[in-house]
Design a protein around this ligand. Structure first.
Ligand code: ZN
Length: 247
């Protein structure tokens, strides 16, 4: 099965629709979302509606949990807090209930899914060699998919004659990464709605569970349209500007 894996949409409907179109063109058969459907952006309800319709699996991210009040907003910077409070007023009761029903970690078809990290799924960033190394012991499946850092990258752990090697797997869009079955993998599809790896294009990945390989994809979308929605909503303008930088 070819599964489209997305994360960190952050209420960016224009980017989400573009990614769904790209994923449909690739003929993927399922959609897994690793959380942060909402937070930051101008279209929380429309993103919730679309993912309720399209996603086979959806985790809760820390922003989803904060918007529904499950984690305190004082853990967020002022811009994220302002956006979360605005989104609370722009989600239906049904949308809020759906977000509140999600969990930040799951195991499906022998694959671990976690929003942040397998050991701290609602908060920890796996954005360094040290963090990756510390998390390989926190899951017992061959593969763990993570989001949260908004970085399209991954790590592979190989064990050879009592020697454990953890190495970074770089994103090369469109080029499949064969997932050697003897190794353990931590992979992040990157962010749909707010990439932070200095590439402003929306990011997602396709996991082929038959061929056992992973492919990152990037698609351009209309950032200016999203910036205009952010300004019209009265959200902090920096939330639009940062999208052009991919940071
Ligand atoms: Zn996020």
């Amino acid at each position: 099965m070819r599964i489209a894996v997305i994360s960190d949409i952050h209420a960016n409907l224009v980017a989400l629709e573009r990614v769904l179109k790209a994923m449909d063109a690739l003929g993927t058969e399922a959609l897994w979302c690793l959380g942060d459907v909402v937070g930051y952006g101008p279209q929380p309800q429309a993103c919730v509606d679309l993912l309720r319709e399209r996603a086979d699996v959806c985790l809760a991210g820390n922003h989803d949990l904060a918007v529904v009040g499950a984690i305190p907003l004082d853990r967020f910077n002022p811009v994220a807090r302002t956006a979360a409070l605005w989104q609370r007023e722009h989600l239906t009761a049904e949308g809020m209930a759906w977000l509140a029903s999600l969990t930040p970690k799951a195991q499906i078809s022998g694959i671990t899914l976690a929003h942040g990290s397998p050991r701290h799924p609602d908060w920890e960033y796996v954005d360094s060699h040290e963090a990756a190394l510390a998390n390989f012991d926190a899951f017992d499946t061959p593969l763990c998919l993570i989001g949260h850092s908004h970085l399209a990258l991954g790590w592979r752990m190989s064990v050879t004659s009592n020697n454990i090697v953890v190495e970074e797997v770089m994103e090369l869009p469109g080029l499949p990464v064969p997932l050697n079955v003897e190794d353990k993998w931590l992979l992040n599809p990157g962010s749909v709605g707010q990439p932070r790896d200095h590439d402003p294009r929306a990011s997602f990945a396709v996991l082929d569970t038959k061929a056992w390989r992973w492919t990152w994809h990037r698609v351009e979308y209309d950032i200016q349209a999203v910036e205009e929605e952010i300004i019209a909503a009265g959200l902090p303008e920096v939330l639009g500007r940062r999208l052009y930088l991919g940071w």
